[in-house]
Structure formats: C-alpha cells, structure tokens
Ligand binder design. Structure first.
Ligand code: CAA
Length: 703
C-alpha cells in the first residue's frame, strides 16, 4: 500500500496497519496510506476493517513537525470522512496512546477496542491548540458535555477502563494479541449485524446543559490560563457541538484550530514540546555510553528537600536510605515523608496499602557505613561548602567504587566538592527544585571531571523519576538561580521608582508567571536573600539596591513564614493582602532617597524584570554553561513556572526581537548605570546581525 501503511485480509477482515516510528504520527504519508487502504477495502471481499498500528503505540496525533508548513493533501478531515462513510464497519484497535488526531481517527471509526494498558486523550491544549479533527464535536456527543470539557481542557489522557466507562471505547480486549482480539471482535460485530454507528448522528439536547455552564467554564479557565488562549476556544467549540449541526460544528472547530495553529502561543508551546525532548540529549556524549546500574540510592539530609528527593525514588520503586546526624532528625525527616504520603491518601490519589509499600522502600540510618552498598548518593544538606566537602570526603571513604556521588546544591562549586574526594569523575550536581517530589525540573550539573557514564546515567535516572532534565556547567547558581539575580533586583528597584508590590506582581502574573517576584520572595523567605547578600562583596554600594527587602527582614517580616513580608497574609486562608504599612514605607523610602516617584506602566515592569534575565541567559550561552538556548527555556518553564505559552525567556526574547531587548538594555544602562545594565556581547552580536537565539543554536548544531 505504502511504506508506512499496509493492508491485508485476515480471516475475512481487512486489516490496515500503520508502521511509522517512533509514534505513528499522522504525517502526509500516513494519511495518504490510510485513505487508500480504506478506499481499496470498500471493493474487496472483507466484511469489516480493523485499523491498528505496529510499534509502541497507536497513532499519537498529528505530525507536529508539519504545523506551520504549507498543508499537504490529503488533509485529515478527508481521511476521517472516508472512514466514517465506509460501507463496512471500521474498528480501531488501540494500544499505547491514542492521542490527538490519533484518537480523533478512532472516533471517526464505527467501533473502538483497546487493550487494558492503552490510554486515549486529546492533549492538544498542551500545545496551545484544540483538537482539530472533530474531537471537540464527537467527544461531547458520546461522553457528555462536562466530561468532554474536562478531558479536552486538561489534555490529560484516560485509561482504557475509564474510557470504556465514558463510552469513548466499546470493548477492552483481553487477548494478549491485540490484532487477533480485534479481528475476532470485528467478526462478532458483523455476525450480530451491528450497525454502522456514526458518532456524528448523535445530537445533544441543549436542555441537558445547565444555563450559564459555558460562561462559568470560561471564567474558571481564564483564572488559570497563564497566557494560554486555547482553553477559551475549546469552550466555544464544545458550545458549538451543543448548538450547531455536526458539519457546522466541524467548520467552527476548523476555523478556531486554524487561528490557534498560527498563534505565537501555540508556536511557543510546540517549541517547549521539542525543547523538552532535546534537553535530554547531551551534545558531546557518545550514543553508546554504557549506563551504570542504579538499584539503591542514599540521601544525605532528611530536611524538606531530602525527603522530597527520597519520595521521587520510592515512587518509581527504587529503595532509598536516608542519612541524618541524629536519630531525632532522622525520625522527623521520615515523619514528614509519611505525612506527605498521608495527604495524598486523604485526597484519594493513593491507596493506603500503596502508601505502606512506598514507605517500606524508605529506610533511615545515622551511620554512613550503612550506605556502603548504594549505587547513588544525593547530598541534600544546607548550603555550606565546607560541610559539603566534609560529607563528600566521608562518602569517598565508605561508598563502593562506581557509586555516583551527587550534590543537590543550588549554588556551590561542584568542582571544589568533587576535589574533596579521590574520585571526582563520579561527582556531579543534581539540583532539584522545591518541593522536590512535585517540581518537574532537575538541573544536572556537569563538573570539570564528571565522567560521561555518570552524566548519561544521571540523565536516564532523572527521566525515570519523571523529571525534565537540563544540563548545566558549573557557575554560581547554575542556569536557573544565576538568571534570577536581575529579575529579583529590578522587582525591588521598581518599588523605589514608583510601583507598589501589587502592581509589580500583577504585571508579571498577567504575563503568565505563576507568581510575581515579590510574592515569590515572600514564599521563599526574604531572610534567605538577605543572608546571601551579607556574604557578598561584589554588590554595588547603592542605598536603593534591595532597600525594601533589607528593611522588611530587619523588621522581622521574613515573608509567608512570619505572616508578613511585602504583603500581609490572612492567618486562616493564607491569602496575600496588600499592606498599607509596607506601601507607606515604600513611598517614605523613595522620598528619603530623593527619588521622584512616577507612573510606571506594565510594559516597563516586564522589560525591567525580564530583560536582565534574558541578558544573563545570553551570558550563560556564550560561556557554554548551557548547551543551547532551548535548554534555558526548559529550566524556566519547568523550574520557575515561566509561562509555557511564552515559550521560556529565550524564545520570548526571540519573539519580541533581540534588537528590541538590546536597545532597551542600552536605554536602561544610560538611565540606571552599567553596574546593573550591561548588555551581554552575544545579545549585542545577535541584535546587530538580526539573528535569534534559536538560529544561534542551529548554527552550532545544538538544535
Ligand atoms: N509529531 C511528531 N513527532 C512526535 C510526535 C508528534 N505528534 N509525538 C512524539 N514525537 C516524537 C518526539 O519528538 C520524539 O522525537 P525524538 O526521539 O527525535 O526526540 C519521539 O517522537 C518520541 O517521543 P517521546 O520521547 O515523547 O516518547 P515517549 O514514549 O516518552 O512518549 C508520546 C510518547 C506519549 C506519544 C509523546 O511523544 C507525546 O505525548 N506526543 C505528543 C502527542 C500529542 O500532543 N498529540 C497531539 C498532536 S496535535 C493534533 O493531533 C492536532 C489534531 O487535532 C489533528
């Protein structure tokens, strides 16, 4: 039929097989192959048609690499029409993940069967899109409006069992051989005279949708949209499924899909999809690097961080030993883990016996000799270089040869830590983000002497514990925290120049950040930055610099943990509230510094907070700290809740134009001084040559 789609008749059933690795995406060739197979089957002796896939999964969606390119015939709607209008029943046989356009292909079939481990879903919203091949019209017709809305706006797939309950599939096949099971199912349907069931023929009675349902959904989704525009359009499509006939609904869906596929939001989210997968690849590492076996892990330090890291390993079945100095500290650490799991049990997301199983994987000790047999150690004690060096010297003494020794430090020099051992090749940084069992990012920090297999194993283990890994070289703060410097500084400088905290934070939250920088400071603890500043000799002697942050700490307002910081916090709800005391102080302090306060608009707030971050990113790139600009985007989207709909700071900079970013850096340099606003040479070079960071990556073979 074609090199990606084959057709044969098995036991009177026509079997269409898609074989287009890695995920059988609906490329032009696959669309063409399915269309000609289904067309050919109309005139042959087959009684029904089974559509199945080879390899690891059923069709996982449209081919995302084709978006943004000129359309190539046949379009997906044409393929779906051929399936739906087939004179013989077409049955989708699903394994792996039937996602997006793949699931929509199955919805155009007359029946769907799946093996129990299969999942189905419409994840387009995660790419800034909506299902563009009838998903928004067909799912509400069989699963109901509310279930469809939840499924399509969350983008989360459901299991075969759940899909069966929702009516999205018709049969779970117990036969280990899906093709054989599906052929039998098709024969049974034919034998029972099952009709050519078309989802399009179902109409939804508008009276079944409660008044105001769509408005309420829009409001709820807008509150958590964070710059994404697809959720609102998904609501419009589902509304169309209720109010319009099928073909009109499909037209509406196509129109809104086309708007989204050309939007900068979707381009940004598709960039993140590919950047996430690229970040896992280390440019100079041989592909055949043999990995070390990680069967047991030790965590040094039973604080919040250590506990969270231990949970990550237990969650994927890897036994963990937690090491603490005293029995009391150890019991406290193990207690926190138990409490965290209990909360998940209370929420109904974990069964009691599963929790016992997980806790059974986590043991504790106060004796380093007990971790002689582990394959990997992650040190997660507080930030003190001398202490970390002592711990690594001790680990060098007790751990077996070949064990990977990692530090979870956020700032310290991995090479100095490695030098405390006689095996620096086994040492690297594994920087988790708090809370470690929730946050997706893992910065993998490559020391001067870190061995290739240590790096490769750490990237693989990061993936296993379901983290998104990004590689960093050693520098103060690595990629993420190093870039935060100017962002935090300017958020406070803006207060002195004319803003109030709510204005700064709402500008950044309006942009899509999960939390503005000042509220973030309150959450992390203002005393943390205060203490870090005490030890620094490189900061300019400027009374304006971090003035409010310093004064607030000295007043005992350390942020959320003391009930007050830049904001005050409602003791019951912990909601943040503007505090007239702080607002008054801000105005007084500006006056004391003879600063004439002025109106500052959102555009300036965004530029002053985000452009220093981007500028530092450019320095990080030219110094070779990050492999590519898209890795920096991954660090920010998964570690710092930068909005995916903006694609991360470097993609955002490419979008607004590097010349614009550079010109603004120069403008602020002339206004506020070079000690804060010094354009990175790479930013200048790219701005002058009209290039983007993405092009820079490409020219270096990094993308
Ligand atoms: N198009 C093109 N390439 C794709 C792809 C797609 N839909 N899905 C995955 N790939 C590529 C990945 O980029 C990756 O390539 P590299 O090996 O070169 O890095 C490779 O396939 C394997 O992917 P993963 O590493 O993600 O493999 P996995 O086993 O961990 O996950 C998966 C498999 C669950 C299918 C995951 O890849 C995934 O979620 N894919 C995207 C699914 C999706 O969003 N579908 C909707 C597309 S939009 C659409 O369909 C619109 C419409 O309505 C018509």
């Amino acid at each position: 039929m074609s090199d990606v789609v084959s057709y044969q008749i098995v036991d009177n059933i026509g079997v269409v097989s898609v074989n287009s690795p890695p995920v059988n995406a609906l490329s032009q060739k696959v669309r063409e192959g399915i269309l000609s197979a289904v067309t050919a089957a109309q005139g042959d002796a087959s009684e029904a048609i089974v559509l199945r896939c080879d390899g690891r999964t059923f069709i996982a969606g449209a081919d995302i690499t084709e978006f943004g390119k000129p359309p190539m015939a046949p379009g997906l709607p044409e393929v779906l029409s051929a399936i739906e209008n087939s004179s013989k029943p077409v049955i989708a046989a699903i394994h792996g993940t039937a996602l997006g356009g793949g699931f929509e292909v199955s919805l155009a079939c007359h029946y769907r069967c799946a093996i129990a481990s299969a999942k189905v879903g419409l994840p387009e919203v995660k790419l800034g899109l909506l299902p563009g091949a009838g998903g928004t019209q067909r799912v509400p017709r069989i699963a109901g409006v509310k279930a469809a809305l939840d499924m399509i706006t969350s983008g989360n797939p459901v299991s075969a069992k759940t899909a069966l309950g929702m009516g999205l599939i018709d049969e779970v096949i117990s036969n280990d051989d899906l093709q054989a099971g599906a052929v039998q199912y098709a024969k049974d349907l034919v034998a029972s005279g099952a009709p050519l069931r078309r989802i399009r023929d179902i109409t939804i009675d508008p009276a079944t949708v409660e008044p105001g349902f769509f408005d309420a959904a829009r409001k709820k989704l807008a509150a958590r949209a964070r710059g994404a525009i697809a959720p609102d359009k998904i609501v419009s499509c589902i509304e169309a499924a209720v109010e319009l006939p099928m073909d009109k609904g499909l037209e509406r869906e196509r129109e809104l899909f086309t708007e989204l596929v050309t939007s900068p939001e979707s381009a940004a989210m598709r960039h993140i999809f590919f950047a996430e997968r690229l970040a896992a690849k280390i440019k100079d590492l041989p592909k055949d690097t043999v990995l070390r076996d990680i069967k047991k892990v030790a965590i040094i330090g039973g604080g919040t961080m250590g506990g969270g890291i231990a949970m990550c390993f237990a969650n994927v079945g890897i036994p963990v030993v937690m090491v603490e100095v005293t029995d009391e500290a150890l019991q406290r650490g193990l207690g926190i883990i138990k409490k965290n799991y209990s909360i998940t049990v209370q929420k109904g997301k974990l069964a009691e016996d599963q929790m016992e199983g997980l806790l059974g994987l986590i043991s504790g000790t106060t004796d380093y000799n007990d971790i002689a047999d582990v394959d990997m150690v992650i040190e997660a004690v507080y930030e003190n270089l001398e202490l970390k060096k002592q711990i690594f010297a001790k680990l060098d003494g007790v751990c077996k040869q070949g064990a990977i020794l990692a530090s979870n430090t956020s700032y310290q020099d991995i090479d100095q830590i490695a030098a405390a051992t006689k095996r620096p090749q086994d040492v690297l940084g594994l920087h988790f983000f708090s809370p470690a069992n929730v946050m997706k990012l893992l910065e993998v920090v490559r020391g001067e002497k870190t061995a290739d297999d240590v790096l490769a194993t750490s990237m693989a283990i990061g993936k296993k514990i379901q983290k998104v890994c990004a590689l960093s070289r050693v520098c103060y703060g690595f990629i993420g925290n190093r870039m935060l410097g100017g962002y935090g500084r300017e958020s406070q400088m803006l207060l002195m120049d004319g803003c109030l905290p709510t204005q700064v934070d709402s500008a950044l939250e309006g942009f899509g950040m999960a939390m503005g920088p000042l509220a973030m400071g309150d959450l992390a603890g203002l005393d943390v930055g205060y203490k870090a500043r005490q030890g620094r000799t490189d900061l300019p002697d400027d009374p304006k610099l971090y003035r409010m942050g310093t004064l607030l700490v000295e007043m005992g307002r350390h942020g959320q943990k003391t009930g007050a910081g830049f904001y005050k916090y409602d003791p019951e709800t912990r909601r943040r509230l503007a505090d007239p005391i702080v607002e008054g102080m801000i105005v007084d302090e500006s006056n004391k510094l003879d600063i004439e306060r002025r109106e500052i608009d959102n555009e300036e707030i965004l530029a002053r907070c985000l452009y220093p971050l981007i500028n530092e990113g450019a320095l990080i790139l030219e110094e070779g700290i990050a492999q590519r600009s898209s890795d920096i985007d991954i660090v920010y989207v998964f570690g710092y809740a930068f909005p995916a709909a903006k694609g991360g700071p470097m993609h955002y900079a490419d979008h607004v134009g590097l010349k614009h970013v550079y010109d603004k850096m120069c403008e602020y340099r002339d206004l506020y001084g070079e000690q804060y606003w010094k354009p990175a040479p790479l930013l200048k070079e790219l701005a002058e040559s009209g290039k983007t960071f993405a092009q820079w990556d490409k020219e270096r073979g990094a993308s």
